[in-house]
Design a protein around this ligand. Structure first.
Ligand SMILES: O=C(O)CCC(=O)C(=O)O
Ligand SMILES: [Fe+2]
Length: 293
């Protein structure tokens, strides 16, 4: 009998705090993943079907229920790639509202483990910013440089990141995340802020915003490639530096990412997970962290 792991061991917990990450093998079932993969595919199919000029070009017509394989998804992504990148980005927002995606975050095992790592009761564990990282072959537009997640969510004091391959396994060639082991222990990590990937793409719309940690810092740490199979789960610390790598194959690869958090340590009253300082945060005089009991 296979006993599914409901919690992590003390050893794994210590590993998370020492190294800044843990990789849990075979965490999600095929069925868990298939449901959310299908939700992703359908939402992209709907987005493409709404644009009249693609209707005739869509390989399975405009009935979005016909679209259910990763090849269907890839064909749609390619169709919209040139002129409708923004429409593709907008799907990310829609996805987070999906019932299947919400059900995914109700995974009891994941909530148990998150409550252990965040050191908080299960009822205050929150999920945010679930998205699909699309690693298109030979495309720099969808890549991040070395960064920490806390740069994106600077007011949030207690959260972890989840990273899980979707549709395919991640290998050394098809675009994977690399983590800097132990880098979460650095204090005060400086970063460079810009939109784009290299000098040719600086300021370009539809490129990612980067909070790039200089390579002189990144190179000090052992590099851990998140070579993971579909079904595996990587959890990593908010201060851990990590980077994308380009997909040098001719096959797409995908990962889902999300942030799991709790609000007791945050000096803000904002309900917006991404809230930033110096930018209309919602506070008031006299707020403080709630001491951990
Ligand atoms: O794998 C990647 O492309 C980067 C992933 C990442 O930055 C994240 O999960 O926060
Ligand atoms: Fe990241």
């Amino acid at each position: 009998m296979i006993i599914m792991q409901q919690n992590i061991t003390e050893l794994q917990k210590n590993q998370f705090f020492d190294d800044g990450y843990i990789i849990l093998k075979d965490f999600f079932s095929h069925e868990d993943l298939q449901k959310i993969e299908t939700a992703f595919i359908r939402m992209y199919a709907i987005q493409a079907s709404k644009i009249l000029e693609y209707r005739k070009k869509l390989h399975k017509g405009i009935n979005f229920l016909e679209y259910s394989t990763v090849d269907d998804l890839i064909k749609i992504l390619e169709l919209l790639e040139e002129k409708d990148k923004e429409a593709l980005y907008q799907v990310q927002k829609i996805l987070s509202q999906s019932y299947f995606v919400k059900e995914f975050s109700l995974n009891q095992k994941l909530i148990n483990i998150a409550s252990q790592l965040l050191n908080c009761p299960k009822e205050i564990v929150l999920f945010d910013d679930l998205g699909l990282l699309i690693n298109r072959p030979n495309t720099k537009r969808l890549l991040y440089k070395w960064h920490t997640e806390v740069s994106f969510y600077p007011k949030r004091q207690n959260f972890l990141n989840a990273y899980l391959p979707m549709f395919f396994d991640k290998n050394l060639e098809n675009g994977h995340m690399i983590m800097g082991k132990g880098s979460h222990k650095l204090t005060d990590v400086p970063f460079i802020e810009y939109q784009g990937y290299d000098v040719d793409s600086i300021g370009k719309k539809n490129y990612f915003v980067q909070y790039e940690v200089p390579s002189s810092i990144a190179e000090k740490f052992e590099k851990i490639p998140a070579i993971t199979k579909r079904g595996d789960l990587v959890l990593f610390e908010r201060n851990l530096i990590h980077t994308s790598t380009p997909n040098t194959t001719n096959q797409y690869s995908f990962a889902s990412v999300c942030r799991i958090w709790e609000p007791t340590q945050d000096l803000t009253l904002s309900g917006e997970f991404r809230v930033k300082p110096y930018n209309n945060d919602f506070g008031r005089p006299g707020i403080d962290k709630i001491p951990k009991s």
